[in-house]
Every structure is written in structure tokens, then in C-alpha cells.
Write a protein that binds this ligand. Structure first.
Ligand code: BTN
Length: 240
């Protein structure tokens, strides 16, 4: 469903699930979110009518709870596929762990996955995706949009359809159990992978080299010859 306005498409999708009205693969898109949510409890701000703001509901009952990150990887790759189809296979296009879409040092979009668990299984999963499309001005210089990168103007319904095709392809790959291939593809497009770069850990700036991501979705970084695993709140990327 394409709504003119809602608080958050993730919240709307959650409501549909609660009412038993969300079928596998159902999509909520809106022109305007009044309370868009981002990772780490942040707000997600997007100029109304200019961007893609959507949530897809799946029932990945084939996934065990400790394997949740596999879905996050598949969604990030789908968005990467979509963006590289539009921008070409530019090495500046990257997935920033866990699932931000970056072009160079600027964020093109973000993903917020919210899973409902039922014992050892995932009962439902909401993949909330926010992509900057025609918006030209941002509150921060670290954000960009497709239009900002290409100088073109885009029709949102056509872009949404292309994105849904990419999502379906990666979701089916996950459902078919091609987990190793998904992981390899994720590492191939991972921002800063294997590069010595600057991070902040426990308030300290440190040089580290991303070595990969473990099964729990933690970032593996080699620091001073030692590999360490980090959760989202435990490491900050510093510019360098
Ligand atoms: C992030 O980078 O912090 C994640 C942003 C996710 C934003 C999308 S927009 C559609 C969906 N609904 C929300 O409230 N959030 C996600």
C-alpha cells in the first residue's frame, strides 16, 4: 500500500502484522513520515514526496534467531544492487556496516530491520528502507541523494518497483540457503573493508582494519595486531 502520510512505515507494518493483515512480502510505502525511525534510536528525516520511504514484511520462518544478520545482509545487498543498477558499478558505492548505503563518504540511504521472534524462530521481519532520491538539500554534508549524485530527477514508483525486484531476488537467495554466497557478496562491497582507517573505541581514536563480520553481525576489526568484535554502540567511524 502507498500511503500519503504515516508516522513510520515500520510502525504501520507492525500494526498490519498485529492485525494479521500483513502477508509475506507485503509493502508499505509513504510520501511522508511524521516520525521516521533510524538506527540507534535516531530519527529518520526525509523531505516529503522526494524520497523512497518503505517497509517490506517477510515471514522468514526458515531463519533461526541467531542467524538474523543474514537477512540484514540480504537487504543491504539488494539495496546495493538497486543503487549500482542506477549509478553503475562505481567502487565509491558501498554498504557501510551493518547496512547503510554510502557513496564515497556520503550516506545515500539507511535500513532499519525489526524482527519479531517466536521462540527459536523469526516470526516476522520488517525491513524499513529510506533512500534519498530527489532531495537536494540536507541538514548534514554527510548525506546525499541519487539526484545529487547524477543531476537527474527520478520517478519514485519506477524506482520502488526496481527496488522490490532486487529485494525479492536477494530474499529468494537467502531462502534457498545461499548464505556463503551472500556473505561473500556483502564483504565485496563493504565500506573500508581491509583498509587501515580511524575508529573510536572507548572514547579513544585507534587505527583498525575491518576483517569481516561474524555470524552475530558484529564487526571484526584488527587493532594493534588483535582481532576484536564490536556491536553497533561499541565502535564509531572517524574520518581520515
Ligand atoms: C538508519 O540509517 O538509521 C536507518 C533508517 C531507516 C529509515 C526507514 S524509512 C522507512 C522505514 N520507516 C522508518 O520509520 N524507518 C525506516
Amino acid at each position: 500500500m502507498w500511503l500519503p502520510e504515516c508516522a513510520s512505515t515500520n510502525t504501520e507494518a507492525q500494526r498490519l502484522i498485529g492485525q494479521n493483515r500483513a502477508t509475506d512480502g507485503c509493502v508499505v510505502i509513504t510520501d511522508k513520515q511524521t516520525a521516521g525511525r533510524g538506527q540507534r534510536g535516531n530519527r529518520w528525516e526525509a523531505q516529503p514526496g522526494e524520497n523512497l520511504t518503505m517497509s517490506v514484511v517477510w515471514r522468514p520462518t526458515f531463519l533461526a534467531v541467531p542467524d538474523q544478520f543474514q537477512l540484514s545482509q540480504a537487504v543491504a545487498l539488494a539495496v546495493y544492487d538497486w543503487a549500482s543498477g542506477l549509478l553503475g558499478p562505481d567502487p565509491a558505492l558501498r554498504v557501510k556496516w551493518p547496512n547503510d548505503i554510502f557513496f564515497g563518504e556520503q550516506k545515500l540511504g539507511g535500513i532499519l530491520i525489526e524482527n519479531t521472534l517466536s521462540g527459536p524462530k523469526i516470526q516476522s521481519s520488517i525491513a524499513g528502507i529510506g533512500l534519498n532520491i530527489n532531495q537536494r538539500e540536507f541538514a548534514v554534508p554527510t548525506a546525499t541523494s541519487l539526484a545529487g549524485l547524477t543531476g537527474r530527477q527520478y520517478a519514485l514508483p519506477a524506482l520502488a518497483n526496481r527496488l522490490l525486484e532486487c529485494l525479492e531476488k536477494r530474499y529468494l537467495q537467502l531462502r534457498a540457503g545461499q548464505v556463503a554466497a551472500l556473505h561473500r557478496a556483502y564483504l565485496q562491497v563493504l565500506y573500508r573493508y581491509q583498509e587501515p582507517r580511524l575508529y573510536e573505541v572507548d572514547g579513544q581514536p585507534l587505527t583498525g582494519r575491518i576483517q569481516g563480520v561474524d555470524e552475530a553481525g558484529q564487526l571484526l576489526v584488527e587493532i594493534a595486531g588483535q582481532q576484536r568484535a564490536f556491536g553497533l554502540q561499541q565502535i564509531k567511524y572517524l574520518p581520515n
